[in-house]
Ligand binder design. Structure first.
Ligand SMILES: Cc1cc2nc3c(=O)[nH]c(=O)nc-3n(C[C@H](O)[C@H](O)[C@H](O)COP(=O)(O)OP(=O)(O)OC[C@H]3O[C@@H](n4cnc5c(N)ncnc54)[C@H](O)[C@@H]3O)c2cc1C
Length: 289
């Protein structure tokens, strides 16, 4: 099947489920062994189409910045495809197509001070970026990571955060609206939202900022960043839209004259200012919520 992959972007290549690591009540980290060179060359912020034979296909962000023989996806059980995956076992196989879309502009980010902002499941694509940066730490300037969630028990990548919080070469802010209860992890949370953390940080107009989260987070985070003087041309958002083909043909993800799958999912905010609905409250339900 892998040979067919080179013939058409519609043909998936085989990926073996190597490990299944539950992270929170409804989010699990799935690691796949991949042989397809295209998948192995995946960049931060890109996504793949996950295909389960006889069930269907859905887009999922790559959440590892360290791709090679394996690729990691953080998945929330939402419906048919993700539900079928949660029923699979190590050693089973799925199909993966991709990678698709433009990820975060890591070449432009080189040498710059960076602020990464994640909300909820938006931490998955942002993780691919922080891992990429940390592996090339000397090529980037200051690094601030802000990750917000409703409750501290929703924290993804808990063990990784225990290490990130100890690093001297980056600042990490974990914000939760609620941190009480038996699930309080041994990590330092701040009460509040990502916008409160943005106000606390020393970001300045030269920073490049990458965001991924629910649309309502974009609205308030963008306001906060603009108040810090960050120009729209330095703000990069990853958008989620319903998409099927991944290559700008089917039109499911077409918004404001753009195919989100092909021209995104990461967009420069200045490109999106003519499409206000993508960052306003009341946008369609988003998996990153
Ligand atoms: C670029 C991109 C990246 C993404 N990255 C991730 C990621 O990293 N991790 C992740 O978990 N998700 C991610 N998603 C979201 C994921 O693709 C969707 O959640 C997808 O719909 C899951 O497919 P499914 O077949 O499991 O769910 P579906 O069957 O499509 O169901 C999805 C939702 O729709 C509802 N629904 C389904 N059918 C109906 C119906 N007939 N009537 C009413 N409601 C219905 C379900 O209840 C569920 O809430 C991403 C999406 C995009 C576009």
């Amino acid at each position: 099947m892998n040979q067919l992959r080179t013939i058409s972007p519609f043909v998936a290549s085989k990926a073996i489920l190597r490990s299944i690591i539950p992270m929170t009540e409804d989010n699990t980290l799935f690691e796949f062994t991949v042989e397809d060179d295209a998948l192995r060359a995946c960049r931060p912020g890109q996504f793949v189409q996950l295909w389960i034979p006889g069930v269907g296909e859905c887009p999922i962000s790559v959440c590892s910045g360290r791709v090679g023989d394996t690729i990691q996806l953080t998945i929330r059980k939402a419906g048919r495809v993700t539900g079928a995956l949660f029923g699979m076992a190590e050693g089973d196989w799925v199909g993966l197509r991709g990678p698709f879309g433009h990820g975060f502009p890591v070449d432009r980010f080189s040498g710059k001070d960076l602020c990464l902002v994640a909300g909820g499941l938006g931490a998955a694509p942002i993780r691919s970026l922080w891992q990429y940066i940390i592996d090339r730490r000397e090529s980037f300037g200051k690094l601030i990571l802000i990750y917000g969630m409703r409750h501290s028990k929703h924290l993804l990548f808990r063990q990784e955060f225990q290490q990130l919080l100890r690093r001297k070469d980056m600042q990490v802010y974990l914000a939760a609206e609620d941190v009480v209860g038996p699930d309080l992890p041994p990590l330092e949370f701040q009460l509040g939202r990502v916008t409160d953390m943005i106000a606390l940080t020393e970001v300045h107009p030269e920073f490049e900022v990458a965001l991924c989260g629910p649309p309502i987070m974009y609205k308030y985070a963008v306001d906060g960043l603009r108040m810090k003087g960050i120009p729209d041309s330095n703000i990069w958002l990853s958008l989620e839209r319903h998409m099927k083909c991944g290559i700008g043909k089917c039109g499911h993800c077409f918004v404001g004259g753009k195919f989100t799958c092909k021209e995104g999912p990461v967009f420069q905010l200045s490109e999106l200012n003519t499409i206000p609905e993508v960052i306003e409250c009341g946008s369609p339900r988003c998996q990153y919520d």
